[in-house]
Design a protein around this ligand. Structure first.
Ligand SMILES: Nc1ncnc2c1ncn2[C@@H]1O[C@H](COP(=O)(O)OP(=O)(O)O)[C@@H](O)[C@H]1O
Ligand SMILES: [Mg+2]
Length: 341
């Protein structure tokens, strides 16, 4: 095995545990995800590596090891399948299905708010994945656009296929975890439920709150609470009423506000019983908009053949799609503050 050097670009071309690293796909709080070639099976995989600065930190190591076990335990069409995980020469890795697509953060940055049917289709798939995790008594605890992968779907009735990923913070229901655990909040606070901020026990309804924040963002281009500093943002999650989506977007009826507000309730008992219940209520509230309708521009992506992507094809060998300027935001979109990943 060729030993990867520290630093992201130094890994390109390196061989780790039988995978050849080809290019970076993305990075979050504690890991970098690469497109890599499985040299035994000749297929393309997504190879997630714990960032070198955390490899000597026991809390991050055990969280990373737990992530692969949690994701592998849930067999669901909207959860990225894990192939294997381990440690090779001090590098902790997870090999998983390569999703040929964009994460929702990148998609929203590129497209702005999505058509209502597309936002609903994405929400239904996320809700289904989350309910499956909750049925196993697991709480994802990091539902945000950067942890949602959007691939092209199989046909015009299913234009997108969505995967929930990154179970790095997943915990058993009712665990008491606040801001004190190492690396709890390495990213954004835009999607965090009030009970987590208050250090109260969390369960699937905390994910429902985060999902509602994500759905809000897919509809209007920004999460419900935007504040100048982090403390104000934490305060807003705990005490401020969320804004009305219908006020920013006239094609959404006021009934949808009520649904979103219930999923964003400050007290978990006031939310829906499940994520799918929330999304189905939203679907009912938007009435005519339904699930059929235009898809976001995923035309430059190859359709996912079965789960994730056609493993025989390697996107790295394709020409880069032509760079197009982002579309003008529609009049109703309002000012959009972009949150960090
Ligand atoms: N299976 C995958 N296929 C393609 N890209 C992926 C895959 N998993 C993750 N990514 C990309 O890598 C980014 C970071 O992955 P993530 O698992 O969220 O890492 P972190 O734990 O560091 O947040 C994602 O936002 C996405 O862009
Ligand atoms: Mg992530």
């Amino acid at each position: 095995m060729s030993r990867p050097s520290e630093g992201a670009s130094g890994l390109i071309g390196a061989e780790i545990a039988g995978y050849r690293v080809e290019r970076e796909l993305g990075r979050g709080g504690m890991a970098v995800v690469y497109c890599a070639k499985d040299l035994r099976l000749g297929r393309t995989v997504a190879l997630k590596l714990l960032a070198p600065e955390y490899t000597r930190n026991e809390a991050f190591r055990s969280r990373f090891a737990q992530e692969s076990r949690v994701a592998a335990a849930i067999d669901h069409p909207n959860i990225v399948p894990v192939f294997e995980a381990g440690e090779a020469d001090g590098v902790l890795y997870i090999a998983m299905c390569f999703v040929s697509g964009l994460d929702l953060r990148a998609l929203l940055d590129r497209e702005g708010p999505l058509p209502v049917p597309a936002a609903l289709r994405i929400a239904v798939q996320l809700a289904s994945a989350l309910d499956a995790a909750h049925a196993r008594d697991l709480v994802h605890r990091d539902v945000k656009p950067g942890n949602v992968l959007v691939a092209k779907g199989i046909d015009s009735d299913h234009p997108e296929h969505v995967y929930l990923t990154d179970f790095g913070l997943a915990k058993k229901s009712l665990s008491l975890t606040g801001f004190t655990t190492a690396g709890e909040f390495v990213g954004t606070l835009d999607y965090v439920a009030p009970e987590r901020i208050a250090g109260r026990p969390v369960d699937g309804r905390s994910d429902q709150y985060s999902l509602a924040c994500v759905v809000h963002e897919t509809l209007v281009g920004a999460p419900p609470f935007r504040r100048a500093d982090q403390l104000e943002l934490l305060w807003a999650h705990q005490y401020d009423p969320p804004p009305a989506v219908s006020g920013e977007r006239p094609d959404i009826p006021a009934d949808a506000d009520e649904v979103l507000h219930r999923a964003l309730a400050k007290i978990p008992d006031d939310r829906y019983g499940s994520c799918l219940e929330f999304v189905m209520a939203l679907r009912g509230a938007v009435g005519g908009a339904g699930l059929r309708g235009p898809a976001p521009a995923l035309a430059d992506l190859r359709p996912a053949a079965g789960p994730c992507a056609d493993p025989g094809l390697d996107r790295a060998e394709e020409p880069e799609p032509p760079h197009e300027p982002p579309p003008e935001p529609p009049g109703w979109a309002g000012p959009v503050l972009r949150a960090p990943r």
